[in-house]
Write a protein that binds this ligand. Sequence first.
Ligand code: FAD
Length: 383
Amino acid sequence: MNLELSEEQTAVRQLAKDFTDREITPHVVEWDRAESVDRSIVRKLGALGFLGLTIPEEYGGSGGDHLAYCLVTEELGRGDSSVRGIVSVSLGLVAKTVAHWGTEEQKRRWLPGLTSGELVGCFGLTEPGTGSDAGNLTTRAVRAGDDYIINGSKMFITNGTWADVVLLFARSTDAPGHRGVSAFLVPTDTPGLTRREIHGKLGLRGQATAELFLEDVRVPASAMIASEGKGFSVAMSALAKGRMSVAAGCVGIAQAALDSAVKYATEREQFGRTIAHHQLVQELITDIAVDVDAARLLTWRVADLIDRGQPFVTEASKAKLFASEAAVRAANNALQVFGGYGYIDEYPAGKLLRDARVMTLYEGTSQIQKLVIGRALTGVSAF
Ligand SMILES: Cc1cc2nc3c(=O)[nH]c(=O)nc-3n(C[C@H](O)[C@H](O)[C@H](O)COP(=O)(O)OP(=O)(O)OC[C@H]3O[C@@H](n4cnc5c(N)ncnc54)[C@H](O)[C@@H]3O)c2cc1C
């Protein structure tokens, strides 16, 4: 892998950096306190092509490779993980899945809106009773003539109350476990689909996370994406690339922790000199810097593998595992550098730590990533 970025990658990274510094960073505290980012950000992301990266231009996408996608995700994550998450889900989990698995009709119906930001997508896999054990989900889709009727509920759905379409996973046959699961593209204004926003989250407070309830939701059979019983493969392929996106977002958090810790350490004085002169403070900053580099290299490796059409699933789990744990460590170390000021939300470290904390939980907990990696190493599945 050549670690020197191409002209195009350098340009898109700079575009994302400028956008983050101009449109996101100044509002971060306000959005966090209000428990909502400004919704106009979605259209702005779309206008710059950030919601269409890796999607073919014929469907409204902006093309680009997976490294470019990582660079943009990293910059957005440096600014606000709530904004980064909107992109990781609407583009990363939904639009990319439609582009990969969808019929021509599904691509034409959904991709132009999702890539422009006119539409928002959400990913409905987790249920109240099945999180890590998603293959045993219980939402049911029953065939009725040319339609399916869906009943059940979904939990912790990012973009849930904002979304126009949900990529929904439901059990449509009696085959046991994940073999009975199918995937559907369900417009969120379909009668019988209701949503409730979840408030009081520790972090990602600017992001709309919701419960979805489905009561006799009728969709045409043409809403199924991929074939019957293929839903779990669809979900896992989306999440494998999704883990790269989460890892890139974590690099952004760790980078923000580093930038803010260095700035503060070179300004704050104690014992007659800046705290940067104290070697134990330098140690905290050094530990953050090493985490940033290691997480970034693991993440870029995944992008490189995907772009070269090589197997990447285990490497994506390694990157997500390391980068998410590194983001928590980095934000915690930054908070230590800030001392008591790190504990109030006028300074960035506290929010970085609160946002980082969910990264070891969603899109597969750290324990689940270890099982995926362990299975690849030993050939023995613990699932
Ligand atoms: C803010 C937020 C946003 C989210 N967004 C989405 C979304 O957009 N779409 C979606 O579908 N889901 C989403 N999720 C759900 C998320 O993916 C799940 O929370 C996650 O998969 C874990 O499931 P759980 O919370 O039910 O925990 P559980 O699965 O109940 O796990 C609890 C604990 O047990 C451990 N554990 C479970 N099984 C094993 C095992 N076999 N071996 C070892 N340890 C194990 C876990 O690692 C964890 O520590 C989101 C969650 C949050 C908090």
